[in-house]
Design a protein around this ligand. Structure first.
Ligand code: LHQ
Length: 264
């Protein structure tokens, strides 16, 4: 196995045509920080230009896949939602969808917020029995972003998608499989072996055929709307991100208490 970079908070490994990007901040459930997102952007750029990379696996260490934006970093940096989504999150979603190679999300545990969105942006989802999906946004007074509702509604249908994003209730692995959101659910101790076997099968498949199938799949399900939907999400998040309810949502996250939303 060739290890391209061993930097925390993202582990990058290449073996047998598979590029494995592992989110590595287990103490914060692999919440996205700027360095982590920069690493991911480089990883997907490399995958696009390196012909020896045939498949990308995106996974996490510890008990989580990823819980979305690191809210502690977000509180300290106070970024513009519009800028943040436009410059960091949306390009990553587009990089995954526009990469003409399969991207497999190997979901080793909880996936929340933009972490769930990124899993949805991938071509395949193999998850452990311990996985739970949380749209999470509404719990902190935000609207879904990074393509969450865009992908979710196409995978599970409008009614189920709207329920998940409006209530923020968790979706467990078994139900996610029944709904067709994930390809496989496996016991935690078999996740790595099963996912690697699946990725290896893809890596050994005819690359041009897979590239064109992905292009076709994008046209069938995601069409040209995706980039404009992502841009709209960024605008709407900028608006909702300025509400008192979002400030209350962040505060309750820090104080670990129930929120009191006032509608403002
Ligand atoms: C965290 C996080 C987290 C930091 C758990 N950050 N530490 C894009 C662009 C711009 C701005 C805004 O947003 C976005 C997109 C987004 O992704 S917004 C949505 C962000 N994600 C969330 O709101 C999820 C917040 N987390 C949770 O609701 C829970 O942690 C879930 C339900 C995911 C898991 O619950 P538990 O299994 O009970 O774990 P926990 O809550 O005890 O968390 C364990 C630790 O992880 C804890 O740290 P501590 O030091 O107390 O042990 C949490 O503070 C930390 N953590 N999520 N997003």
């Amino acid at each position: 196995m060739s290890i391209i970079a061993q930097d925390n908070p993202l582990l990058v490994q290449k073996q047998d045509g598979i590029l494995r990007l592992t989110l590595n901040r287990p103490e914060a459930l692999n919440a996205f920080t700027r360095p982590m997102m920069e690493g991911l952007a480089v990883g997907f750029k490399d995958a696009a230009v390196d012909a020896s990379i045939r498949v990308v696996i995106l996974t996490g260490t510890g008990r989580a896949f990823c819980v979305g934006q690191d809210l502690k970093e977000h509180i300290s940096l106070k970024p513009s939602f519009l800028k943040d989504l436009r410059e960091r999150y949306n390009p990553l979603v587009l990089a995954i969808r526009n990469l003409e190679k399969p991207v497999v999300a190997v979901i080793n545990g909880v996936a929340a917020g933009a972490g769930m969105s990124l899993a949805l942006a991938c071509d395949f989802r193999i998850c452990s029995e311990s996985t739970s999906f949380h749209t999470a946004f509404v719990k902190i007074g935000l609207a879904p972003d990074s393509g969450n509702l865009f992908f979710l509604s196409r995978y599970v249908g409008a009614a189920r998608a709207l329920e998940l994003v409006m209530t923020g209730r968790p979706l467990l692995a078994k139900e996610a499989q029944e709904w067709g959101l994930v390809n496989r659910v496996v016991p935690p101790d078999q996740l790595e072996v099963e996912a690697t076997k699946f990725a290896k099968q893809l890596a050994d498949s005819p690359a041009v055929a897979l590239a064109l199938i992905k292009r076709m799949f994008n046209a069938t399900f995601f069409s040209k709307d995706m980039a404009s939907q992502l841009e709209m999400e960024a605008y709407l998040q900028e608006i909702v991100g300025r509400t008192k309810d979002h400030a209350e949502g962040l505060q309750t996250f820090l104080e670990k208490r129930q929120p009191r939303f006032t509608g403002q």
